[in-house]
Design a protein around this ligand. Structure first.
Ligand code: C5P
Length: 343
C-alpha cells in the first residue's frame, strides 16, 4: 500500500533571534503559519529492510542525511516495526528556501508511515521525534498558526488567523540557515545591533516588570522577553497600538493587529546585505500592494500578505512580469491543514 501525504510549507510572521546557547542553537521567538503550497510525499512499506528515497530534484539528498530518512529510522525504532520503506518526494517547494520544506517532508513521512504500518505513535512521541530531527519539524504536527519558542521546536497552537491571500516569491538562490545564524552572531557580538533594532532599551519591560532597575539580564534575552510581551498583548487583544484595528470582527483584524505590533524577521538584517536582490523583492511586494511583506525564515523566499485573492492574483502576475517566480496562494488554518493533508 502506498500512502500519499501533502507536505505543506510554512512562513514566519516575525522571527526574533536570541543568544547562542551552549548546545550551539539559538533561542528564538516566531509565529509560524502554514500555507497551501506543498510537496507530495508517497510512502510504501514492503517486506525486507532498508530505506529508499526517490526524488527527481538533484538538490535533494537521497542518503541518511535526508530528513525523511532520519524520520523513518526513528519511527520504526519507536514502534518496534520492520520493513523496507520507500519514500518518493515530489518536489515543488524550493530547497533551502526558508519555507520549511525539508522539515515538512519529514513530518509528512511520519504521518504516511504510521498509516502504512497501521500503527500509531502517541502525540508526545511524535513531537519528541520531530524535535530530534530538526527545530522546524514540530510546527508541522500542529499546523495553522503556532507560536515557536526555544530553538523553534517548542510549539504552541494559536487561534487561527483567517485564511489570508498570500504571494510567495521564490528566488533561485538558496540560503544556509546555520550560516545565517552565525552571521547574526557576528553582527550582534557588540550588542550594538540589538540596541539599534529598537527592541531593547532602557525602559524594556523586563526591568519595569521586575521592578529592579539594577537587574541586568543579557541583552538578547531582554529583547526576547519584550517580543514575548508584544505577542502576548497581541493574543490577548491589546496590541501596542491600542485598540484592535477598526472594521470587522476581532478575528478579521488579528493579522492587522499583529503587523501593527511591528513584527520583524531578524534574518533580514544579515541576509539582505548579502543578497540585495532579496531586499528589492520585498520592495516589489510592497509596491504590488501587500499589507505586509517579509523574508520567510532565513530565506531566500519572501512573501506578501494581501487583503483579497484578486489583489494577490494581480500582484502575482505583476511580479512574474518582472521575471520573478511568484505564486499566489493562501495561508492554511489548522483545520484546513489537517483536512487537506490526506485529500
Ligand atoms: O534544527 P535544525 O537542524 O533545523 O538546525 C540547523 C542548524 O541551524 C543548527 O545546527 C544550528 O546551527 C542552526 N540553528 C540555530 N538555532 C536554532 C535553529 C537552528 O542556531 N534555533
Amino acid at each position: 500500500m502506498t500512502v500519499a501525504v501533502r507536505s505543506f510549507a510554512k512562513i514566519n510572521l516575525g522571527l526574533y533571534i536570541g543568544a547562542a546557547r551552549a548546545d550551539g542553537y539559538h533561542d528564538l521567538r516566531t509565529v509560524y503559519q502554514t500555507i497551501a503550497l506543498h510537496d507530495v510525499i508517497r510512502v510504501s512499506v514492503g517486506r525486507g529492510s532498508g530505506i529508499a528515497i526517490l526524488c527527481k530534484d538533484p538538490r535533494v539528498p537521497l542518503d541518511s542525511s535526508n530528513t525523511c530518512y532520519r524520520m523513518v529510522v526513528r519511527v520504526l525504532d519507536e514502534l518496534g516495526a520492520k520493513g523496507r520503506v520507500s519514500i518518493e518526494i515530489e518536489k515543488r517547494l524550493p530547497v533551502r528556501g526558508g519555507l520549511g520544506a525539508a522539515s515538512s517532508n519529514a513530518v509528512a513521512t511520519m504521518v504516511a508511515l504510521e498509516l502504512a504500518l497501521r500503527k500509531r505513535l502517541s502525540g508526545t512521541a511524535r513531537l519528541r521525534i520531530a524535535a530530534e530531527v530538526g527545530s522546524d519539524l514540530p510546527l508541522f504536527l500542529v499546523g495553522g498558526t503556532a507560536l515557536g519558542v526555544g530553538r523553534g521546536e517548542e510549539v504552541y497552537p494559536l487561534a487561527d488567523l483567517p485564511s489570508l491571500p498570500t504571494v510567495v516569491v521564490m528566488p533561485e538562490v538558496g540560503v544556509s540557515t546555520p550560516q545565517a545564524f552565525a552571521d547574526w552572531d557576528a553582527l550582534t557580538a557588540s550588542g550594538a545591533e540589538l540596541r539599534s533594532a529598537g527592541r531593547t532599551n532602557a525602559s524594556a519591560p523586563t526591568r519595569a516588570v521586575a521592578g529592579r532597575e539594577q537587574l541586568t539580564r543579557p541583552l538578547a534575552s531582554d529583547r526576547l522577553f519584550e517580543v514575548g510581551c508584544a505577542l502576548s498583548a497581541w493574543l490577548s487583544g491589546s496590541p501596542n497600538t491600542g485598540a484592535p484595528a477598526k472594521g470587522g470582527s476581532r478575528a478579521g483584524s488579528l493579522l492587522l493587529d499583529l503587523v501593527r505590533t511591528g513584527i520583524e524577521n531578524d534574518f533580514e538584517r544579515v541576509v539582505f546585505p548579502q543578497y540585495p536582490e532579496l531586499r528589492d523583492i520585498k520592495g516589489a511586494l510592497e509596491r504590488a500592494g501587500s499589507r505586509y511583506a517579509s523574508l520567510s525564515g532565513s530565506g531566500s523566499t519572501l512573501y506578501g500578505l494581501f487583503r483579497t485573492q484578486a489583489e494577490a492574483a494581480k500582484a502575482g502576475s505583476r511580479l512574474r512580469k518582472q521575471g520573478l517566480k511568484a505564486v499566489a496562494t493562501r495561508t492554511l488554518t489548522c483545520q484546513q491543514y489537517w483536512k487537506r493533508i490526506l485529500d
